[in-house]
Each structure stands twice: as structure tokens, then as C-alpha cells.
Design a protein around this ligand. Structure first.
Ligand SMILES: C[S@@+](CC[C@H](N)C(=O)[O-])C[C@H]1O[C@@H](n2cnc3c(N)ncnc32)[C@H](O)[C@@H]1O
Length: 486
């Protein structure tokens, strides 16, 4: 199968009308394949997907072409899709006719309400170094981690097919998708047009080269962060160096109060603090920085993870794993850490720095991230315990208390009580009975001292008693975003 060029944005409105007419949307394709997770279709397995899409309908035919990348006999495609819609998809460059068969030229995805195109999985091979990734679970995760609210200007840096820019376009006046690859920029232009998005501009350039002098309120970036032994793919093989470069260069492009949110990978050395490399990135800026470490993989596990995504069998050999492990060993990476960086112009007299393991983050967590940042701002601005006690604080809405009971001689006995940010950042913290009692009375109106007084009254003790020793525990809950200022 030859590699198709990007589709023509001029044709996108006609494609949209054709797909509307055929009822091609997320709900109908989810029903066809029997799964709501169209970004992880591979988990279902090809034989079962092919079985489910075996029918004689336009949707089944489109499902086979665009999701299974399966050729369709021309006379069947004409009968099922109709001559005019088929011609529209062909004119735009989504389908090609080869003899008596119709073939997909690019892959069509459904992501939320959006229809997006990317390169065919079948064209994922080193000869196509500028392979354009379609939407996937990693981009979805970053979109779900995006801070809430609207932003005057958003930059989708290393935009690929423009998935992040398209997903966030409704929350901004102006979205710029920038990518070093002209093919990627062309895919972004088509995708914006296909979804009727008019506030998105796709530009070409190395990192910030195409947006010199521009500042953004939100920069989202899923960079080519993979630490591979050879640079095969533009979308993948920039290593931790490109993450370091982005941290260095982004401050010039952040509007006051603006943020970078970037996924990243970095090397970790056995016996050393895992924070070593990312901390050095942050030392090159005067910005406030947060790093949440989602995972840390052994060199072997990292090699296996990435080689599993190669389409051709040979590249998944034991020798290939060996090459990756040797490369990682040579650059002193016993393990590879992965996570999210948030960078913002410094908001206090000293830069704020948080580097923390967060292995249980579950999306959407953008609002929880914003609460974490506000809570830490409050801590930075609070000089002493007296000021803290006068603060009006509230509990994070997803805060839960977990009580663990163990069975013993005397039956079930309480082992520990833990506070937990359930379903967002996943942080947990031990808390004593007094802290738990006081924070239960934080209602958004009361100060911490007032909540402590209400609790003292409830348990009938001296009003000053709960206050003693409360401040360090409350500081820790603020540090974790479990409490936030009102
Ligand atoms: C992992 S892909 C992300 C694509 C898309 N944003 C997503 O989340 O699916 C990384 C993208 O960065 C682009 N890229 C690689 N090097 C770059 C550079 N130096 N400057 C700008 N973009 C670059 C690649 O072409 C690719 O589209």
C-alpha cells in the first residue's frame, strides 16, 4: 500500500456532509464494534472486530475500511456507501480505488464528538519517518489533564494531526497547532476543517520557531519523548532532550499566568534520586514547576513497551530489545520515568517546585491539578500558623476517608485512617482524629480556627485544644491539594 498525502482541507466540508448522511459517528461505530473505547480497539482483537463488522450496511463497510483498514470490493462499497459519498471520500483523499477494490488512504478516527484523520496503521514503518499519529489514549489523557476553564490563546506544540488543538478549540478564542512536520500541519488543517473549527491555525516549525514573539495562556505538548536507540520516527524519538529544550524555551511564550502542560520521559539512575534529571531542567528556568511522576519502567520494560507498538514482527525481536537496553544503559538510564510537567511564570518571591510520584492519577484531573496549584500558592503566601488558622479553606470535592480494619483476637480492629483524592490525583495521607474532625467542619465559610472551635464544641473539649498541632497536618493536606483556599 503506497503512502497517501494529507487530505485536501477544501474538500473537508463535503466529507463532513457525506459522513453525516451515512450516520458515521461515535455512537454508531461504538455500537458496530461493541465497545465504547474506540481508541483502544486493538484490545478487542482483530478477528472479533472483523466478525462484528461483517454486516451489509454502510456503517459496517466504513468500519471495515477505516478501522480495520481492510480493502472492500468496489461493487460492494458502491452498493453500501452509495456512489456519490464514495466519490466524495475519494476526491478528498480518504479512499482510493485500486482495480476492483476500494482501499483506505488514511485512517478515520472518532474521538468524542470529533472526526479526525491520521496515517493508516498499515503505513507505520521507518520509511515513513514523518508518520502522523492519529488520536490515541496518550493524547486523550493529556486533554483530560488540561487545566479547566477557557484560555485566550492555546498552543498545541508538536500537534501531529491536531487532536489536542481540536479537542480544546471550544475553550479558546485562538488555537495554534505547531509541528515540525509539514505533513502533520496539513493533517491538522484538514481535521480543523472537517470539524468546522474556524479558530485553529496550523503552522510548521521547529518547536517555537513558527510562533516567535507569540505568548499563550496554555501550551499543551505530547512531545516525541521516547528514548530510542535510533531516531526512526519524528513523532516518537526526541528523547528526554526535547523535553529539556521545551522547558528551557517555553517561558518566552507563556502569557502572564499561562501554563505549559507537557508529558515527558527522563532517565533514572539506580541508587540516585529519580528527580535528578527533571530537577536539572527546572534549574534552567525561573518558573514555578510541578512534576507528577506517573510511572517508572525498567530499561527492559520500556524497550518492550515501545517495541510492542511496532507493526512489523522483526522489530520486536530479542535483538531489538537488546539494542534498546544497551542504548539506555549507555546513557545511564537504569529506568525511565514518565509523567506530566506543569510550568508557569514564577508567582512568588521564590520559584515553587513540586516533584512527586503520582502513580494513581486517573483522568479527568484538570480541575484537581488546578486545586493543587492554588493550594500550594496559598501555602507559599501563608507566613505563620496564625495566618493559616485565619484562612478560609475547603475540602477537595473528591476527598474520601478510607478506614482499614484488620481481623484480630478481638474481632475487626481499625488499622489506619487515610485521606485520599479518589478518582483524580490519587494522593493519600494519614490523618489523626483531630485533623479529620476539624476538616469535616470546613464548609467554605469558616476559617480553620472557626472549624476547630466547632469541632471542640462537638467533642466537648477546651476550644483551643484541637488547634494545637493542627497546622503541620493542614499544611500537608494543602501541599497535596486535599484542602484548598476558598
Ligand atoms: C507524540 S507526537 C504527538 C502528536 C499529538 N500532539 C498527539 O498528542 O497525539 C509528537 C509530535 O511532535 C512533532 N515534533 C517532533 N519534533 C518536533 C520539533 N522539533 N518541533 C515541533 N514538533 C516536533 C512530531 O512531528 C509529532 O507530530
Amino acid at each position: 500500500m503506497g503512502v497517501a498525502g494529507p487530505p485536501d482541507p477544501e474538500q473537508a466540508p463535503a466529507v463532513r456532509r457525506a459522513l453525516d448522511g451515512l450516520g458515521f459517528d461515535a455512537r454508531s461505530i461504538q455500537a458496530l464494534f461493541g465497545t465504547t473505547d474506540l481508541l483502544r480497539l486493538a484490545l478487542v482483537g482483530r478477528p472479533l472486530l472483523a466478525y462484528r463488522a461483517r454486516g451489509n450496511s454502510a456503517l459496517a463497510c466504513l468500519g471495515r475500511l477505516f478501522f480495520l483498514e481492510q480493502p472492500e470490493p468496489l461493487h460492494d462499497a458502491v452498493r453500501l456507501i452509495g456512489e456519490t459519498p464514495l466519490e466524495t471520500l475519494r476526491n478528498a483523499g480518504l479512499l482510493a480505488i485500486d482495480g476492483t477494490f476500494v482501499m483506505p488512504s488514511i485512517r478515520l478516527y472518532l474521538e468524542g464528538e470529533l472526526r479526525l484523520v491520521g496515517d493508516l496503521h498499515g503505513s507505520h514503518r521507518p520509511e515513513l519517518a514523518d508518520f502522523v499519529l492519529g488520536p490515541g489514549p496518550v493524547a486523550r489523557m493529556l486533554a483530560d489533564l488540561a487545566l479547566p476553564g477557557s484560555f485566550a490563546n492555546i498552543l498545541d506544540l508538536g500537534s501531529g494531526c491536531g487532536v489536542l488543538g481540536c479537542l480544546l478549540a471550544g475553550r479558546s478564542h485562538n488555537v495554534v497547532c505547531s509541528d515540525v512536520s509539514p505533513r502533520a500541519a496539513a493533517f491538522s488543517r484538514f481535521n480543523a476543517a472537517l470539524n468546522g473549527i474556524e479558530n485553529l491555525r496550523a503552522v510548521e516549525g521547529d518547536l517555537f520557531g513558527a510562533v516567535a514573539g507569540e505568548r499563550f495562556d496554555l501550551v499543551l505538548c505530547n512531545p516525541p519523548m521516547v528514548m530510542a536507540p535510533t531516531a526512526e520516527y519524528l513523532y516518537r524519538d526526541g528523547g528526554s532532550e526535547i523535553c529539556a529544550r521545551i522547558v528551557r524555551e517555553v517561558p518566552e511564550h507563556l502569557a502572564p499566568g499561562g501554563c505549559l502542560q507537557m508529558l515527558c520521559n527522563w532517565p533514572e539512575r539506580a541508587g540516585c534520586d529519580w528527580r535528578e534529571t527533571p530537577r536539572a531542567w527546572f534549574d534552567s528556568t525561573d518558573c514555578d514547576a510541578w512534576l507528577l511522576r506517573f510511572h517508572s519502567l525498567t530499561a527492559e520494560g520500556y524497550a518492550d513497551l515501545w517495541l510492542r507498538q511496532q507493526p512489523d514482527g522483526t522489530s520486536r525481536s530479542a535483538e531489538a530489545i537488546g539494542r534498546w537496553v544497551d542504548h539506555l544503559t549507555a546513557i545511564v538510564a537504569d529506568r525511565v520515568g514518565g509523567g506530566l510537567v506543569i510550568l508557569r511564570p514564577r508567582a512568588h518571591s521564590q520559584p515553587l517546585r513540586t516533584l512527586r510520584s503520582a502513580p494513581h492519577v486517573s483522568a479527568p484531573a484538570g480541575a484537581a491539578l488546578q486545586r493543587l496549584m492554588r493550594a500550594q500558592d496559598c501555602l507559599m503566601a501563608t507566613n505563620d500558623d496564625a495566618q493559616l488558622l485565619e484562612s478560609r479553606l475547603q475540602r477537595a470535592p473528591e476527598l474520601e476517608q478510607q478506614i482499614t480494619l484488620n481481623i484480630g483476637q478481638a474481632g475487626w480492629q481499625q488499622q489506619k485512617r487515610e485521606l485520599r483524592l479518589a478518582g483524580t490525583l490519587g494522593f493519600s495521607a494519614m490523618a489523626d482524629a483531630t485533623t479529620l474532625g476539624v476538616i469535616a467542619h470546613l464548609d467554605g465559610q469558616r476559617t480553620l480556627a472557626e472549624a476547630a472551635a466547632v469541632y471542640a464544641q462537638q467533642i466537648e473539649v477546651d476550644p483551643h485544644r484541637p488547634v494545637a498541632g493542627l497546622a503541620p497536618a493542614v499544611r500537608e493536606l494543602l501541599r497535596l491539594g486535599m484542602l484548598t483556599p476558598v
